[in-house]
Each structure stands twice: as C-alpha cells, then as structure tokens.
Design a protein around this ligand. Structure first.
Ligand SMILES: O=C(O)CCC(=O)C(=O)O
Ligand SMILES: [Fe+2]
Length: 462
C-alpha cells in the first residue's frame, strides 16, 4: 500500500496543500519540503508516483539524500520509469499481442506443455490485456467475464454498496507511523462463531480485526458458484500449463473458500498499492477467487525480479523492471489468482485518471476476494515469537539467494509502539503445503533465539 505521512492528517493536509497549488505532475521545489520528516516526504512522493512500491520510494528517496525533487526527477527519468498512463487518461485499448510476444517459455518460467509465447512487455511498457486467453497465457491469473447471472451480480453489487457505507480504511504501521489504506474494506466469514474466532484468534499486521461481519445472503449464495469455477480453473491450469501436475506445496484439497475480503474503491483515485497477499492463514501457493463489480478498473500485475546483490542487472525495485501487465476487470468478472501468483508476483489496483460510471454503482468499484483459511494454518498451530504473538508467514522475494523460501517472523514490527523481537524461523512444508514441525529443531531455535540479543540476524535481511 502506498505510504502516507507521519500522521494521516498531516499527509492529507499536505495533499490538500499540494492539490490546491499545483497539478499532480507539476515540478515541485525542494525548499518547501526540506524540513519535513522522511515519512512526509514519502507521502508526497507517493502521491506523485502512486504506482511505485513504498519500499522502492524509500530507497529512491534515500539514494537522493532525502531530496523529494531529486527522487521525483529520478523516478521520471527513463531508467526508473513508472506505470504509463495513456495520455488521454482512459483505460487503454488492446495492443496487438504480436508486437509484444514471440515464441518462448511460459511466463512463470516452468516448462512448456504446449506452444506458448513469451511476453515481451519491457521495462517501461505496460501491456493492457482484455482477452481471457491473453490473460491466462501471460499472467498467473485467469478471468471469466459475465461470471454470474446478471440479476445475481447486480444484487450482490447493491448489497455490497450498502455494506460499504460502513467500511473503513485499514490502518497499518509504515516506517514507524500509522497510516491508512487508500480505499475501504471489510472482512466477512461464515457465521457468528467464526466472526468471534476471527476477532479473537487471528492477527493481521500485528493487530486483531475489529470489523468482521457475517457473509451476507448474496455473498453466501455466490460462494459455491465461485468455489466451483475456481476449482475448475485450477484444474484446467494444472492440465494446460503444468502437464497435469500441481505445483510443489500447492494444496491437493478442494479449494473451499470460508472467508471473503471485500474492498470498496470509491472514485478513480482510490487504489491499492503493490503487494502480494498474506499467506499466513492460507498457506503456500494460495489460490484466490476475486470478483469485480461496478466500475471497471485496471488490476496490474508484475513479476518480482529478485536481486543477487550485484547491482549489474535491472533494478528489481523498479515496478516496471519487466513491464507491468494491466488486466482490465469489468463488472461481473471473476479473476482467479493461481498458485504461481503470491510468491513470485505483485499486484495493485492503480489510481485511474478517468472512469466510465457504472449504471448501478456510479464511480465505485467493489471487489470481493474469496479466500480459503486452512485449518492447519490456524494461529494455534503456527510458531509464536518472543512477543507471544503467532508469527507471520512470508517468502523470500527480494534476494536471489533463498528466493522462494518460506519463513515465519515476528509481526510486532507492524504494531505501533512495539519493536519486533526479530524472531525468524525457516518454514517447511510437505508436498501439499502442510506445515512440517520439527519440534526438536523448533525448541533449539527457541533457545537460540532467547540468547539472541544482537543486531538483526542476517537471514532476516530478505
Ligand atoms: O481490488 C482488487 O482487485 C484487488 C484487491 C486486493 O489485492 C486484495 O484485497 O488483496
Ligand atoms: Fe491483494
């Protein structure tokens, strides 16, 4: 999610100031910002370059000695080019794929099972995809348009618009500050018992959720339809892309969603920054069924390019390093994020300059991600850190060394006023992604950790 300032208010005030005085892309003078703290500078940079990772923005800012204008100029320079908006600001039209594609291996790097093409979406270019065949060929996603019967889709949209009136922005800690996501959301589970369990037993970004709701009638009605479609899509992907063999650590179970995370984007500027979805409770190789309703928006994906520390390759922090792919998601489309996605790709909903209003929702887009919380990933089974909190499951994405390896780590770095205890434990899974707990190794790790008082362990620097 994009960074904002030290306090949200400060950030919003700065944004107002900025909006009131200049257009978003207009040059900024350094004098104004020199004495602002880093997080405020980051907020300014984020508002000028909303498509760039907050980690990358911080790195770029630091590389330019904290100068907002120098960092912004560097981002605009061709070598750190960001998402390209079409000059007219409208959602792009399909470019000829022949221009971008040539025969080669599959985009996720796994062996070919049928003749495929390699995307030539280059640094600095965004490839806009509308056609489900292109989407499944060039990304780890598949899309079904006109997914639900019209009345059901419209009914669900109306129901979610009503619910969204009381959605809130998620707050989280970023660089020692509490900031808010640039859209609103809420979390829905099967029944009251699950609501209470979610509130008491699960931790997100270091804290418990306060807004957890029961699936509404339409959310519940649509769930089995999504379940069936996602399982079919999963199998089809395994057959067509992986020679009939699921990925290592991909669950062999039926995908059976038991939660829905609902996002509301009210207007073209609301967005979600580059991220991979949390796998802590879903397990490795998670699959997510994502339903889009209302205004069509762009869902962008990009492959993560890990770095080996050499610095002689393309900058992996650059969101455009291998080009972004924009998947256009109209009302009533189901996007399946397949097992290849969360570990090795990031996704975002970038701000739009203009949108075509939807007859029911006006400028608003609703997105529902159905998720399968697996029993074996309940926090009562996963490692606890020194802070006494169940740990978060992550995967090495930034370094070539250990790329794709999973680990459990302390959440507390995300909690305001709390320091991380730097707990770190390599995660092990069986072929189907079930956790393997080597109790002896875990106890030894515990003893070692308790002795550990020094700086962050090297293995933490992922
Ligand atoms: O709105 C979308 O399409 C994506 C939302 C998302 O990435 C998320 O909820 O994690
Ligand atoms: Fe996501």
């Amino acid at each position: 999610m994009p960074p904002t300032s030290g306090t949200l208010d400060a950030f919003l005030n700065l944004k107002k100031r900025k909006r009131g005085t200049r257009a978003d892309n207009e040059a900024i003078t350094e004098d104004e910002w020199t004495h602002e703290p880093t997080d405020v500078k980051l907020g300014i940079l984020a508002s000028l370059h909303p498509a760039i990772d907050h980690d990358a923005l911080l790195d770029i800012l630091l590389a330019h000695n904290g100068s907002v204008s120098a960092a912004s100029a560097a981002i605009k320079a061709p070598q750190v080019l960001t998402a390209k908006k079409q000059s007219n600001g409208e959602i792009g039209h399909q470019k000829s794929l022949r221009f971008f594609a040539a025969p080669a291996a599959r985009p996720d790097g796994s062996p070919n099972s049928k003749k495929r093409t390699k995307l030539l979406s280059k640094k600095g270019a965004t490839l806009h995809l509308f056609d489900p065949l292109d989407i499944e060929e060039h990304t780890p996603c598949s899309v079904i348009h006109n997914f639900l019967p019209v009345e059901l889709a419209n009914g669900l949209l109306r129901e979610m618009l009503e619910e969204a009136k009381t959605f809130e922005k998620i707050t989280f800690k970023l660089f020692d500050n509490v900031v808010a996501s640039p859209h609103t959301s809420s979390f829905f589970v099967q029944n009251l018992e699950e609501v209470n369990k979610q509130k008491r037993e699960y931790i997100y970004n270091g804290s418990q959720l306060t807004d957890v709701r029961q699936l509404t009638p339409h959310l519940a009605e649509v769930k089995p339809i999504v379940q069936e479609a996602v399982n079919n899509e999963m199998q089809r992907r395994i057959d067509t892309c992986h020679n009939g063999k699921k990925l290592k650590h991909q669950s062999a179970e039926t995908w059976a969603p038991n939660a829905a995370f609902v996002n509301c984007y009210d207007g073209p500027q609301q967005s979600v920054g580059w991220h991979s979805d949390q796998m802590t409770y879903l397990g490795p190789r998670a699959i997510i069924g994502s339903l889009s309703l209302g205004v069509a928006r762009e869902f962008r994906v990009r492959r993560i390019l890990p770095k080996n520390g050499g610095g002689d390759e393309d900058d992996p922090r650059d969101p455009d390093a291998e080009g972004q792919i924009s998947i256009h998601l109209p009302h009533n489309s189901l996007l399946v994020m397949h097992a290849e996605m969360q570990e090795a790709w990031k996704h975002a909903v970038t701000p739009a300059q203009t949108i075509d209003p939807h007859p029911i929702s006006g400028r608003t887009r609703i997105n529902i991600t159905y998720r399968y919380y697996r029993d074996s990933f309940h926090p009562k089974f996963t490692p606890r850190c020194h802070c006494g909190i169940a740990t978060v499951l992550r995967v090495v994405q930034r370094k070539k060394e250990n790329f794709g390896r999973y680990f459990w780590m302390c959440h507390a770095g995300n909690i305001p006023d709390k320091e991380s205890c730097y707990f770190f434990y390599w995660a092990e899974f069986d072929e189907d992604g079930n956790p393997i707990w080597d109790k002896e190794k875990y106890r030894k790790k515990e003893r070692d950790r308790q002795k550990h008082t020094g700086p962050v362990a090297d293995e933490l620097r992922v």
